[in-house]
Design a protein around this ligand. Structure first.
Ligand SMILES: Nc1ncnc2c1ncn2[C@@H]1O[C@H](COP(=O)(O)OP(=O)(O)OP(=O)(O)O)[C@@H](O)[C@H]1O
Ligand SMILES: [Mg+2]
Length: 383
């Protein structure tokens, strides 16, 4: 799939923009702070409904305006166009503002239905956080790619997060004197165990595939070093079942989750907080048996992270039969020659939107075949 046209209004530093893209490599180059990353952000927004910088919608609205709109034309059998509109909270509107999305001209009742219409993977220097930061970054990585393949995962997460906040409020104000609270906790636990076991089952199964693909990519440029993942959870111990069947896994995980939630109910009440569930899951990343986060060198971490992103790209393609649009934000300045050729070799044939402050740092092969835009203060000029 490829984005053939981007139209922006009042988005970040773009008052209006209409740009036609090529189906291969598109380069956005210019000085710092001119709006290169903002272009990638607008495309990613149409893929998963929010900014990859996790900015609030109000921050995406051009300063001094009260709404933004992003529209993409897409070359694909299933998706032709996607648009997102947002208006800031003001009198008569909800405090968080109003956001709506359309796909192929049809209004989406829930924003989550965007998932899977535009497939996209973002590569950026911040990807090192996947190795260096806490578990939530790795859960997010898994959840974003899984939701694009299985939109139901996104709705499970929404449902789970809603109930876990309600459960935490209940646990905080829990009193054995008030009647009905213990029963309400049981109701919450039942709902959490249903959605939570599906969430962990998806992540666990996907992490195995990711390991397979990422370790292959990793070994392409670091012979002999074995990249491996171990899925960690504090509420189930399913190691391996006979099958790779999602339903079998979620059932097995659910029975362990039910058991923990009921046997540790008193403990959660004492601690006044939900202690067990996929909100604590993690993906432990090792290289040749050692914890990459603690013992890996910068170079080993960069190679691992690039391999993980490439694996994500290939798995999206494998599962959907559609090639995701790749967004490469300033990555070439960080890559040495070997990693650069791994990236280029693995992503040929995928539409790529890339940003750089310095055209000369791009490999010749990329420059020669690209559509190149010069970005200055929220305007694009084709060169
Ligand atoms: N809501 C907004 N309204 C107006 N301008 C904004 C808004 N949000 C960000 N900007 C402007 O957008 C510019 C940053 O855009 P962007 O992050 O795309 O830069 P860039 O070209 O990628 O720069 P770099 O090379 O430093 O990464 C800044 O000038 C910033 O002031
Ligand atoms: Mg940038």
């Amino acid at each position: 799939m490829f984005v053939s046209k981007i139209e922006l209004q009042n988005f970040r530093n773009y008052e209006t923009l209409s740009a036609e893209l090529g189906s291969g490599v598109n380069v956005f180059y210019g000085n710092n702070g001119q709006g290169k990353t903002n272009i990638l952000e607008s495309v990613f927004l149409c893929a998963i409904g929010r900014s990859f910088r996790f900015s609030k919608d109000a921050d995406l609205v051009m300063n001094g305006r009260d709404n933004y709109s992003v529209s993409l034309s897409v070359g694909d059998d299933i998706t032709n166009d996607i648009s997102i509109k947002y208006r800031t909270g003001q009198q008569g509107l909800p405090a968080g503002g109003e956001k709506s999305a359309r796909v192929n001209g049809l209004y989406l009742r829930r924003l989550g239905h965007l998932m899977g219409n535009l497939l996209s993977v973002i590569f950026s220097p911040e990807d090192l956080e996947i190795v260096n930061d806490g578990p939530s970054v790795r859960r997010k990585l898994l959840d974003i790619v899984i939701s694009q393949i299985y939109p139901s995962h996104y709705f499970d997460l929404q449902q789970y997060n809603k109930i876990i906040s309600q459960k935490n409020v209940l646990l905080r104000d829990f009193s054995t004197e008030k009647s009905g609270l213990s029963e309400l906790l049981d109701v919450y636990n039942e709902q959490l165990s249903a959605a939570g076991s599906r969430i962990s089952a998806r992540r666990l199964l996907f992490s195995r595939e990711l390991e397979e693909y990422a370790s292959l990519k990793n070994s392409e440029i670091s012979a002999g070093e074995q990249l491996s993942f171990q899925y960690y959870s504090n509420f189930f111990t399913v190691s391996a079942l006979e099958t790779d069947n999602f339903e079998d896994y979620s059932k097995k995980i659910q029975s362990e989750f039910d058991e923990i939630l009921s046997s540790r109910k008193t403990r959660e009440i004492e601690r006044a907080h939900a202690l067990y569930g996929p909100q604590n899951d993690d993906l432990l990343i090792s290289l040749s048996g050692m914890d990459l986060r603690r013992f890996g060198s910068q170079g080993q971490k960069r190679t691992a992270v690039l391999s993980i992103k490439l694996a994500e790209t290939l798995l999206l393609y494998k599962h959907t039969g559609r090639k995701p649009v790749l967004l490469l934000d300033d990555v070439f300045s960080e890559l040495d020659e070997t990693r650069c050729s791994l990236l280029l070799g693995s992503t040929e044939g995928f539409q790529t939107l890339l940003t750089t402050a310095n055209l000369s740092e791009l490999p010749r092969k990329v420059r020669d075949n690209a559509k190149i835009f010069f970005v200055k203060s929220g305007t694009l000029k084709l060169i």
